[in-house]
Each structure stands twice: as C-alpha cells, then as structure tokens.
Design a protein. Sequence first.
Length: 242
Amino acid sequence: MTKKAQGATIVLCVSVALLTGCQSNTAPNQNQPAVTGSSAGSTSSGLQSRRSEMRRSASRSTSAPQPQTITLTAPTGTQIPIRLVSSLSSATAQAGTAFQGTLARALVVQGVEVAPVGSRVDGRVTNAVSSGRLSRPAELSLTLTSLTPPGGQPIPISTSTWSASGQSHKKRDIEMIGGGAGVGALIGALAGHGKGAAIGAAVGAGAGTAGAAYTGKKEIVLQPETELVFKLTAPVSFTAKK
C-alpha cells in the first residue's frame, strides 16, 4: 500500500470515529425516566398552592391593622364622677366602711376611652359623725380606692375627699329653748299669779331643751344613684386598645 493510500485510510477512520461520538452525545439518554402525566399534574398543583398562599399573605398584609394595646395615664385632677349603688348615712356609717358605686360618665384619656360608663368603683368612708342632739351637726366624708373597667382588674386610685356637714342647729335650738322659757313663764304667771313666773320660766326652759333634743337630730343620708364627683390626687395608668 502506498503512503497516499495509508493517509487516506487514517483520515477516513478518524472521520468515522468523530461521527460516531457526535451521534452518541446527541442521542437521548434512554436511562433517564420520562416525565409522566401524574408527575406533571402534581408539580402544577404545588405551584397553584404556593400562588394561593402568596395571594392570601398579600391580602393579610394589606387588610386593616389589628388593634394595639397602649398605656395611657390620667393626670392629677381628672374628675371621677360616680353613682352610689346603695345608700350611706352618717347615722350608721363608720370610718373605714366600704361602699360601691359605678362610673357615671366614661373616663377618657387623650381621646381614648379607658373606662366606660358603669365601670365598678370602690371607696371607703373616712369620717362619719352622727348628728348630736344639741349642737353637733352630722358629718360624712368619702374617698375612692379603686376603679375596675369591665373584664379588667381593679386599678388602685387616690382621690380627693368628698365631704358633707349637716347645718348647725344651735340657733334653732336657742330659739326653741327660748320659746319654751317664754311659754313656761306665761304658764307660771297664770298659775302663780305672778310669783310663779320665774319658776315657770325655768320649767318651760327645760321643756324647750327636751324639745330640741327630740327634734334637732338631723343626719346626712345619701340615697342610691346619688351622683358624687371626685378628683384624682395622683396620676393613674390605664391600658386600652387603639
């Protein structure tokens, strides 16, 4: 074989080898599993689920914001109007006696309602004096100790003291005693022909005193639903939703 024939043979062999390699690289891999219809459907369903979840998340993020719990402080001097639940009397109350009421008007701090109408209010009697039979008028003093919004816990508060004093009946007693003395003097003069005027006056004065003791006793009585107004003497913090 000549050199030319040998070279042509080598070139032909190399060409065949290259052609075979290219075909093997471009042929599909028979060992790779083909994508079945069920697998494709599963993949599509998963994509749809993820898209739906993303849409729900976006909807939640763009919806109205949820109420937030905030803390607000009512300053000193804030009015606390209440209505009594039961009656109170200077004749029966004692210092330390507890009483209960309800908030007469909503308590609003910085434009936010922190305690609605009807919230429970507790207090105590700080001073109670029954009316004296002659000169001492009745006295009654109250203060608040806590405020409880509906569904909440009692909040300790410090308030001003509400006080009331009965009218002094000393002048009235003097008039009654003097009147009794005058009547007694008249009776004594008629009975004793002038001599018994002094005795009658003394007896009449005693009768006048007895009348004052019987009629001059006047107590302070607060009926249920009586409205009283207190003021905070120290700041109080409340929690509310805004």
